[in-house]
Ligand binder design. Sequence first.
Ligand SMILES: Nc1ncnc2c1ncn2[C@@H]1O[C@H](COP(=O)(O)OP(=O)(O)OP(=O)(O)O)[C@@H](O)[C@H]1O
Ligand SMILES: [Mg+2]
Length: 215
Amino acid sequence: MVQVEGLAKHYGETHVFRDVSLSIRRGEFVAVVGESGVGKSTLLNCLAGLDTWDAGRILFEGQDLAGLDDAGRALLRRERVGFVFQAFHVLPHLDVAQNVGLPLLLRGRPDTARVEAMLEDVGLGGLGARLPQQLSGGQLQRVAIARALVHAPPLLLADEPTGNLDPRTAEQVMDLLVAQTRTRQAALVLVTHSATAAARADRVLHLSADGIGAD
Ligand SMILES: Nc1ncnc2c1ncn2[C@@H]1O[C@H](COP(=O)(O)OP(=O)(O)OP(=O)(O)O)[C@@H](O)[C@H]1O
Ligand SMILES: [Mg+2]
């Protein structure tokens, strides 16, 4: 599904990471752990074609991401990727249902029943008409998760998706994400500081300035 080869990223003289290589198959759940600031969010952004890198390459379903222009990468994201951002990136002027339905709308396939089912799945049934400012942090996080899953993407990138959730809700969200890999054969890359969440992964990779490897 995704292959990363010798990826390096720096800002000026400061290296974020170097020589990051990993490969993720469909149906596989990989957790990425590492200290704050080590570049986990940056790596996810690179995988989604939202950030650039300085050396190495990323192959997405065999296609070199560097060979795609902005429009090509946007199309790939829209069709193939679900991203749960660390900072949610929920759109403030759209209500909850519109936020969750956005990936379907962008693909020309709006589906209110699917949106409602997704909201039920993340425990937000009946809250579709609320605006984001009327939600708690944990509820917002679940809006972001529902939006990432609504179009059943083959690659799921999730950045601390349970960071704002109580243990029980966190487990429910993890169940949803894991189900996506098991039943739909999606590949899941989950960045987390939670040992409980990482324990459910097929593999745990530790990111450091010098590369990435088994924990
Ligand atoms: N525009 C920028 N200019 C310079 N440095 C940056 C810039 N953006 C990010 N960084 C640095 O890159 C490093 C990696 O940041 P990143 O957000 O990927 O870390 P992270 O591993 O996700 O951390 P956390 O666990 O706190 O979310 C950090 O040290 C950060 O300060
Ligand atoms: Mg981060």
